[in-house]
Ligand binder design. Structure first.
Ligand code: ATP
Length: 267
């Protein structure tokens, strides 16, 4: 431990997101500091809605959102949001790219969008592409790559500006097991200095890469704790590591969800 108290890079208060009549997030309070934070939850829980607000691509319906010390929610000024965007990295669940671009051209284009110093771009692009293990394909057209490789290009464009806040929506979807292992090592390394928020439905991503987990269910925070705490919730008795109802962290996930649902039902 450095002895220096971690400063929150993300502060969310009473955040509500509505899509027409659906409340995707319901008055949520959350703080994040540097580290790797997992967002876990069933389909439709509200994970993507949260990440899109944090990426400043969607406006909240209500509530306060402060990123890297700047207010970005309703009524915030454009200049503050632009400043935050330069320090953000975002991998959407589905990301668009120009298929005719090479990997180098695409990642350079994103660096340009982020208004990076032009002189720093070529080296930053090569470094980002190398970090995702695609150095040998840097001059290949994106359309010639496999789905897993395209996903890695997506991760490269998200990290090209060395972001202070990195938002990854289902980053391991489409990666094969070996790529998933490499990806988890990369985000653990990034999390030493960066606030990394990763949405996933894979409990094993959380176990392998995240220091803590936020469980979202039907637009509410169902559970927050360290990865170890969630694992402990599932019981870690000897010889019980693999049971039909899952490993300890999977059982912890189920136990936390059930406890939350029971608490909501008794309200
Ligand atoms: N554009 C939209 N229009 C209408 N409803 C939407 C829209 N986007 C999301 N929703 C609804 O908002 C809720 C939260 O969706 P969201 O995509 O944030 O969940 P999620 O946790 O990311 O789910 P998944 O794991 O399936 O990606 C769901 O009920 C979803 O159907």
């Amino acid at each position: 431990m450095s002895g220096i108290e971690a400063v929150n890079t993300v502060e969310v208060r009473a955040l509500t997101v509505r899509h027409r009549r659906t409340t995707a997030l319901d008055a949520v309070d959350l703080d994040f500091a540097p580290g790797v934070h997992g967002l876990l939850g069933p389909n439709g829980a509200g994970k993507t809605s949260l990440i899109r607000v944090l990426a400043t691509v969607a406006a909240p319906s209500a509530g306060r959102v402060e990123l890297l010390g700047q207010e970005v929610g309703a009524g915030s000024d454009h200049r503050g949001r632009a400043e935050v965007r330069r320090r953000l990295g975002y991998l959407p669940q589905e990301f668009g790219y120009y298929p005719g671009f090479t990997v180098r051209e695409f990642v350079s284009y994103v660096a340009w969008l982020k208004e990076m110093d032009a002189a720093a771009v070529p080296a930053a692009v090569e470094h980002a592409v190398d970090r995702v293990g695609l150095a040998d394909r840097i001059d290949a057209k994106v359309k010639t790559l496999s789905g897993g490789m395209v996903r890695r290009v997506g991760i490269a464009q998200a990290i090209v500006n060395d972001p202070d806040l990195l938002l990854l929506d289902e980053p391991t979807a489409g990666l094969d097991p070996e790529q998933r292992v490499e990806f988890r090592a990369l985000i653990r390394e990034l999390g030493r200095t960066t606030t990394v928020i990763v949405s996933t439905h894979l409990v094993e991503d959380i176990a392998a890469a995240c220091t803590d987990v936020t469980l979202i269910e039907a637009g509410r925070i169902a559970y927050r704790g360290t990865t170890q705490e969630l694992t402990d919730l599932g019981g870690t008795e000897d010889g019980e590591a693999q049971r039909p109802d899952g490993n300890p962290i999977e059982r912890g996930y189920t136990a936390a969800l059930r406890a939350h649902r029971a608490a909501v039902a008794n309200r």
